[in-house]
Design a protein around this ligand. Structure first.
Ligand SMILES: Cc1cc2nc3c(=O)[nH]c(=O)nc-3n(C[C@H](O)[C@H](O)[C@H](O)COP(=O)(O)OP(=O)(O)OC[C@H]3O[C@@H](n4cnc5c(N)ncnc54)[C@H](O)[C@@H]3O)c2cc1C
Ligand code: FES
Length: 278
């Protein structure tokens, strides 16, 4: 995907942390604003590289939907190592630098007029939320919106208040599951594919957007195949360790695929041949 003429993919842009909201024990939602006063101009599924001076740089999916009228954008980040711990320790008003947005996105127009089946495993909800909220904002252009959300346990659920709001809507179908319940959990128990028999799907008019751990893909794709969903209408996002984000370093390769430039979002038929390496 070519970069815009007035945008250098190599130049980090200063941004200010505006707000923080804890989503779970380890995941926090961060709202940033670019200091140049411009919108980030991302597409659903794209990622940015965030750097913290003196600490390092790491890739994160943009979780908010594109909105040219808004100068802020959201990242939801799990605390795991140097960059993410340092980010979690930041207070509103502090500065980071942002490169990007980078990579491919969910082809929004391919979803128009069709039902969308969202399949979100764990942190996979973060990039899918951008497409989901885009569709909600343009609700009349899309058919059914079906959202399957799977988590290891109830404590790891994220965006719980938003998922409750979605569940209350009549024009969105939401099903959640956890692998390991606690005493308070009243919902489905089992891996995300156990939700498939609970929801009737029209395979001739359904597009799938899925993001989750690689092991999930194999089983979800098998379910999609069983249902007869056209593989051309299945989109997945692949996460690999990334350094440059612009196709130079080779850290993100799957065989000859650069997941930072050819991906992270792929049409399934374009990566079918790579399935063993995923
Ligand atoms: C395209 C893309 C989008 C991403 N989006 C998000 C997001 O929206 N939210 C989010 O929380 N994280 C996301 N990640 C993962 C995130 O980039 C890593 O968690 C981050 O780089 C860790 O940096 P760190 O300095 O805190 O940890 P490090 O000190 O670099 O690493 C800590 C530990 O995490 C492991 N690790 C580092 N990166 C990854 C990775 N990509 N996958 C698996 N293990 C890793 C390391 O091997 C090490 O064990 C995304 C990654 C990619 C490639
Ligand atoms: S992250 Fe450097 S080539 Fe993809």
């Amino acid at each position: 995907m070519p970069f815009k003429k007035d945008f250098s993919p190599y130049v980090p842009r200063p941004a200010t942390l505006k707000e923080k909201k804890k989503l779970s024990e380890l995941v926090t939602l961060f709202t940033f604003e670019l200091d140049n006063g411009k919108a980030l101009a991302h597409r659903p599924g794209q990622f940015i590289q965030l750097s913290i001076f003196g600490v390092g740089e790491a890739p994160f999916s943009v979780s908010s939907p594109p909105d040219p009228s808004k100068q802020t954008f959201e990242l939801a980040v799990r605390k795991i190592g140097a960059v993410t711990q340092s980010l979690h320790a930041m207070a509103p008003g502090q500065k980071v630098a942002i490169r990007g947005p980078y990579g491919t996105s969910f082809p929004v127009l391919d979803f128009v007029g069709k039902d969308t089946l969202f399949v979100a495993g764990g942190l996979g909800y973060i990039p899918l939320r951008s497409l989901l909220h885009y569709q909600l904002r343009h609700r009349s252009e899309f058919g059914r919106i079906i959202v399957l959300v799977g988590c290891r346990n109830p404590q790891e659920r994220i965006f719980t208040d938003q998922i409750e709001e979605l569940t209350a809507r009549k024009d969105v179908e939401v099903l959640e599951t956890v692998d390991i319940p606690d005493a308070a959990w009243k919902g489905n128990v089992g891996v995300i594919t156990t939700l498939f028999p609970k929801i009737p799907i029209d395979p001739t008019n359904t597009s799938v957007a899925m993001v989750g751990p690689p092991i999930m893909y194999r089983f979800v794709l098998a379910e999609c195949r069983k249902l007869g969903i056209n593989p051309n209408n299945i989109f997945v996002s692949l996460e690999r360790k990334m350094k440059c984000g612009v196709g130079k370093c080779g850290h993100c390769m799957i065989n000859d695929l650069n997941t930072c430039m050819d991906g992270p979002v792929f049409r399934y038929t374009d990566i079918e041949a790579y399935q063993e390496a995923i």
